[in-house]
Write a protein that binds this ligand. Structure first.
Ligand code: SF4
Ligand code: SF4
Length: 306
């Protein structure tokens, strides 16, 4: 049985108030760090590592050299043109360089957070949840990579009468998912592709467990499927029809299409992420409209965004 007490701290990388894309109404979205997938198109690559990590912003750097002086791992050097260079594999995330950078060119992504602090932050907007039919959403990364903390948060929100949404990639143990779902009003369940080989190639894992968990979730709570829509990868009529057919058979409420945007590429470079070449493109608006019609024709509610 999942232990749900004793770990009252977790690692988060953002709390976003007034979110309107992570479930119904106005919501506060809590982003937990760590993900079991490594999707090459990820819009939030800084979510994937479970621990706090260094992020650089080259255009803020004045080449003062202080970070190089304090780095015990010699991970920072300067090129002849005075441009700072990072050897990411040497970095041990001690963050001494962050302490000396007065320009804000070096920042830490992710921080340890207490349960009470997160709950209090979410409570600030209770009036908006009530008036809009909103609440709190746990997202990531994969929130259930920190199962004790995530379940504890969900339990506290439910006890306070706050509507709870879990945004999950689905690649987690069914036991953990089941424990979380008993405190969840709505699941946003990501489906990348029904093709197991493609899934494995571009996320690092196959989709068998994810498909089993989609069935589990839809059998227990209200479920919306979310598809990150990438031109030429998972946006063919055939791809989307397969997801719609599965969604109908599982009895999910809705499919949300989330068109790819390239914001994650620049962030990936700033955290030293090495990822395989993947020419991701957003689908054309006309094509998205066609896919929405296709899903509706299968008898399923559909939208762009959530
Ligand atoms: S301390 Fe900051 S401003 Fe100075 S060289 Fe390092 S990154 Fe650039
Ligand atoms: S965080 Fe990385 S780059 Fe910065 S001082 Fe520590 S080891 Fe060096």
């Amino acid at each position: 049985m999942l232990k749900t007490m004793g770990n009252e701290k977790g690692t988060i990388f953002n709390i976003q108030r007034f979110s309107i894309h992570d479930g119904p109404g106005i919501r506060t979205t809590v982003f937990l760090k760590g993900c079991p997938l490594g999707c090459v198109w990820c819009a939030n690559p800084e979510s994937q590592e479970p621990l706090p990590q260094l992020m650089v912003q080259h255009n803020h750097c004045t080449a003062c050299g202080k970070c190089r002086e304090v780095c015990p791992e010699k991970a920072i050097s300067f090129a002849k043109n005075n441009r700072r260079r990072m050897v990411w594999k040497k970095c041990r995330s001690c963050f001494r360089c962050v302490d000396v950078c007065v320009q804000g060119a070096l920042t830490i992504i992710g921080q340890e957070a207490n349960l009470d602090d997160v709950v209090n932050e979410v409570e600030r907007d209770r009036a908006f949840y009530t008036s809009s039919g909103g609440g709190v959403t746990l997202s990531g990364g994969e929130p259930l990579m920190q199962p004790e903390f995530a379940v504890l948060l969900l339990t506290h929100f439910k006890e306070r009468g706050i509507h709870t949404v879990l945004d999950t990639c689905g690649n987690i143990s069914p036991e953990i998912l089941r424990a979380a779902l008993s405190h969840v009003d709505l699941v946003l369940f990501d489906i990348k592709t029904m093709d197991d080989d493609l899934h494995r190639k571009y996320t690092g894992v196959g989709n068998e467990l994810i498909m089993e968990n989609a069935k589990l979730a839809a059998g227990l709570v209200r479920t919306w499927l979310r598809i990150p829509l990438i031109a030429g990868f998972n946006d063919s009529v055939d791809d989307i029809r397969k997801v719609a057919t599965m969604a109908c058979s599982l009895g999910v409420e809705k499919i949300s299409l989330l068109p790819y945007h390239p914001g994650g590429k620049a962030k990936g470079r700033r955290i030293g992420r090495q990822s395989m070449s993947f020419p991701a493109k957003p689908p054309a608006e006309k094509h998205i409209a066609r896919l929405l019609d296709l899903i509706s024709a299968e008898g399923m509610s559909a939208s762009v965004g959530s």
